[in-house]
Structures are given as structure tokens and as C-alpha cells.
Ligand binder design. Structure first.
Ligand code: NDP
Length: 246
């Protein structure tokens, strides 16, 4: 039987990479999708076109997840377009390698602003709009458990995201909304590939017992599980979707 209304998902950072795959997958699963992006309007428009061409519903909305007024506007535009918000997936993220001893405060501030403050702001508004049955899914990273040199700001931001996820799940007691994170291992996107030699990429790929990098669709599968009916009893968890890269 058809539902009376389509469920609506906001996916941040959906113009490229993992967020794009999540947007396409949730649209395939029947969600109307708000495709958020930071600056890459053409890539966001391509994602919207692909969803519409397949018979789905989508709009693109530009918003910097680190900027309170822009996040407020993102939620307002989502509700204006589709009338409700059932699922929020915060995939927007940045990574720059910066050894602590170099003291690159700009890299630290920028990484924490987008990854951690962005998650906090997306949660703040999700708390106001998610109905019973709603889902909030953050993106962490399996590198949190690796402690690789140079990843200080990034690991700090994602460890913070995992703390927010567990706390937010508790704060939503009684609302019947689940809050989880998906923590990918290395995935073949611009964020991971930029600045790495082929030899380094091969070496990292071989660390997983499955002996390959993740694809954005591998992560979208995990997010779709948490966003869909089968994931309803998972709450306050971090799902490490990494092929065994642990
Ligand atoms: P990409 O670099 O491929 O894509 C990043 C996306 O985030 C783009 O859509 C970009 O928009 C958007 N974005 C960046 N900054 C902002 C901002 N301030 N506000 C709104 N949107 C923003 O990254 P991935 O797809 O690889 O990463 C997605 C998530 O997965 C991130 O949170 C990342 O930390 C996490 N992750 C990735 C892993 C990997 O190996 N790739 C491993 C573990 C975790 P625009 O196109 O407009 O610039």
C-alpha cells in the first residue's frame, strides 16, 4: 500500500562523494531529498536531476553547516519544499592533515567548525522538527580508532561527533527518534584521495581484510539501513562501515 506522504530526508554535503551516494540511495528508497551543498552548485544540480530523472523528488539548497543562520534556512527551505523532515543525514565534512607540532590553528578551526559545530547545528534544528519515527545520522570516521599522525584536528572533530551522537540520543528520550553515526573506513572520494600517491592509496586499501577501498555506495547502504524500517532498534550507536579496517 502506498504511504499517504513521502518521507523527507535532508542530506548535507550531497553534491559529491558519500553524501551524493546517500542522496541517490534514499531517493531510490522513496524519500524526497534535500540535497545540501556548500559551493558546488552545478554538482548539486546534477544530483537533483538524477533523482528527478529516476522519478524521485529533490531540491538543492546551499548552506554552510557551520553557519547558524544558513542551517536555519536549510531546514526552513526543506519544510517549504516538502512540508516535513523525517531523516537528517549530516555528511558534510572536511579533512586537512595537520601535525599538532606545526600548530596550524586555521586547519584546526576550519575542521572543527564544519565537522563538529556543523553536526551540533544540524542536531539543534533536527531536535525541533523530527517527528516520531525520525532519524538523525551523523558521519564519523573509522580513523578515530587509528590515531594516525597528522590527523589530530580531524580525529578530534569526529571523536566529538561520536560524543554528540550518544548524548543527543539520550536527550531525545520519549520522542521515538533514533540518533546514530556511521563511521566509514577509507572511501574513494575527493576527501580521501586528494594529495595521496597511488602507492599510499594502495597501501591503505590493502589494510582492510576485504582488500579494497570503500565505495560511496557501501556507506549509503549502511545509512539506508539506519534510515529505514529495519534500523529502528539501533540507537546511540556508531556503525563502523569499513570492511574490517579496524
Ligand atoms: P567529499 O570531499 O567527497 O565531499 C564533501 C561534501 O561536503 C561536498 O558535498 C561538499 O560540498 C560538502 N561540504 C564541505 N564543507 C561543507 C560545509 N561547510 N557546509 C555544507 N557542505 C559542505 O567528502 P566525502 O564524501 O568523502 O565525506 C563525507 C563524510 O564522510 C565526511 O563527513 C567525512 O569526514 C566522512 N568520511 C569520509 C571518509 C573517506 O574516506 N572519504 C572516511 C570516513 C569518514 P561542495 O561540493 O559544495 O564543496
Amino acid at each position: 500500500m502506498e504511504q499517504e506522504f513521502a518521507r523527507v530526508a535532508i542530506v548535507t554535503g550531497a553534491s559529491r562523494g558519500i553524501g551524493r551516494a546517500i542522496a541517490l540511495r534514499l531517493a531510490k528508497d522513496g524519500f524526497s531529498v534535500v540535497v545540501n551543498y556548500a559551493g558546488n552548485e552545478a554538482r548539486a544540480a546534477e544530483v537533483v536531476s538524477a533523482i528527478r530523472a529516476a522519478g524521485g523528488a529533490a531540491v538543492a539548497v546551499r548552506a554552510n553547516v557551520a553557519a547558524p543562520a544558513e542551517v536555519e534556512s536549510l531546514y526552513a527551505q526543506a519544510r517549504h519544499a516538502f512540508g516535513r523532515v523525517d531523516v537528517v543525514v549530516n555528511s558534510a565534512g572536511v579533512m586537512s592533515l595537520a601535525p599538532i607540532a606545526e600548530g596550524d590553528l586555521d586547519a584546526f578551526d576550519q575542521t572543527v567548525a564544519v565537522n563538529l559545530r556543523g553536526t551540533y547545528l544540524m542536531m539543534l534544528h533536527a531536535a525541533q522538527v523530527l517527528p516520531e519515527g525520525g532519524r538523525f545520522i551523523a558521519l564519523s570516521s573509522s580513523v578515530v580508532a587509528k590515531n594516525f599522525p597528522g590527523y589530530g584536528p580531524y580525529i578530534a572533530s569526529k571523536a566529538g561527533v561520536e560524543g554528540l551522537v550518544r548524548t543527543f540520543a539520550n536527550e531525545l528520550r520519549g520522542r521515538h527518534v533514533t540518533v546514530n553515526a556511521v563511521a566509514p573506513g577509507p572511501v574513494a572520494t575527493e576527501l580521501f584521495l586528494a594529495g595521496k600517491s597511488e602507492a599510499l592509496i594502495d597501501q591503505i586499501a590493502s589494510q582492510s581484510p576485504l582488500e579494497r577501498l570503500g565505495e560511496p555506495e557501501d556507506i549509503a547502504d549502511a545509512v539506508a539501513f539506519l534510515a529505514g524500517p529495519d534500523g529502528g532498534w539501533i540507537n546511540g550507536q556508531v556503525l563502523r562501515a569499513n570492511g574490517g579496517f579496524a
